[in-house]
Design a binder for this molecule. Sequence first.
Ligand SMILES: Nc1ncnc2c1ncn2[C@@H]1O[C@H](COP(=O)(O)OP(=O)(O)O)[C@@H](O)[C@H]1O
Ligand SMILES: [Mg+2]
Length: 264
Amino acid sequence: MIEFYQVTKRYPGGQLGLDDVSLQIPKGELVFLTGPSGAGKTTFLKLIYREEMASEGYILVNGRNVSNLPERKVPYLRRTIGVVFQSFRLIPRKTVFENVSYLPRVLGLDAKQQRKVAYDTLRRVGLAHRMNAFPMQLSGGEQQRVAIARALINRPDILLADEPTGNLDPELSEEILRLFLEINLEGTTVIFATHDRGLIRRVGRRVLTLEDAKLRRDEHLPGEMVPPAPRRRSEPEAPPDASPEMESAGLSEPVDADPIGAGA
Ligand SMILES: Nc1ncnc2c1ncn2[C@@H]1O[C@H](COP(=O)(O)OP(=O)(O)O)[C@@H](O)[C@H]1O
Ligand SMILES: [Mg+2]
């Protein structure tokens, strides 16, 4: 559950990022967040994962007030939230597997468990067969799937997506949208920010419209698209025996990006 109570965000310099917004998003819901560029979509998401702090009002995430959360507790909050961005923010010199597997290490799993979690998560987004590729060898849609796997690795309750299809053509956008629908069907709360009204019309659901930092509309739209069928999985059920590639898969190198991939 995500709750906003009269939340205002004023940036240094006085610019309003969000103006007196109140709403609730129940656990397990998929919500679209839309509005023109500069409307406050990114600000809305940043306030939830505490990349920014509210100037007024307060925000509860799973009952916890994140507006006044001490800095040292922010990492705990972020373990429950995955974030996906328009620019995939993958580490170019690491493989697909390494890009997703540096996270479980943070949680103190042993190497074998890490491999299993990373592999299972890549299977979930349909990319296990590409785990030894580098980001630049993948299509934009595949790169975004890797970024989604990375966001899912800690099994977050909440998945935030900031224009995740902004760099993708319409066909790939719909594919990525379907993946978010599947993830939502598995119980994860999803907030999907996009200015692409056409994409939203495909699936319908609850749509929050921001304009000039204000919540202008909060409505339920019917969708055109049939719900996603369970995806065909071609990968084997269990992770393969550790190959040399997997053994070396980023398990001994230092973490060189912020753990939730949510830095500036
Ligand atoms: N770091 C910042 N400093 C000052 N103003 C900002 C900052 N980030 C966003 N803003 C302003 O806040 C408003 C909302 O921005 P943003 O949340 O990025 O909107 P959107 O994601 O919908 O394009 C805009 O007017 C923008 O210029
Ligand atoms: Mg934005």
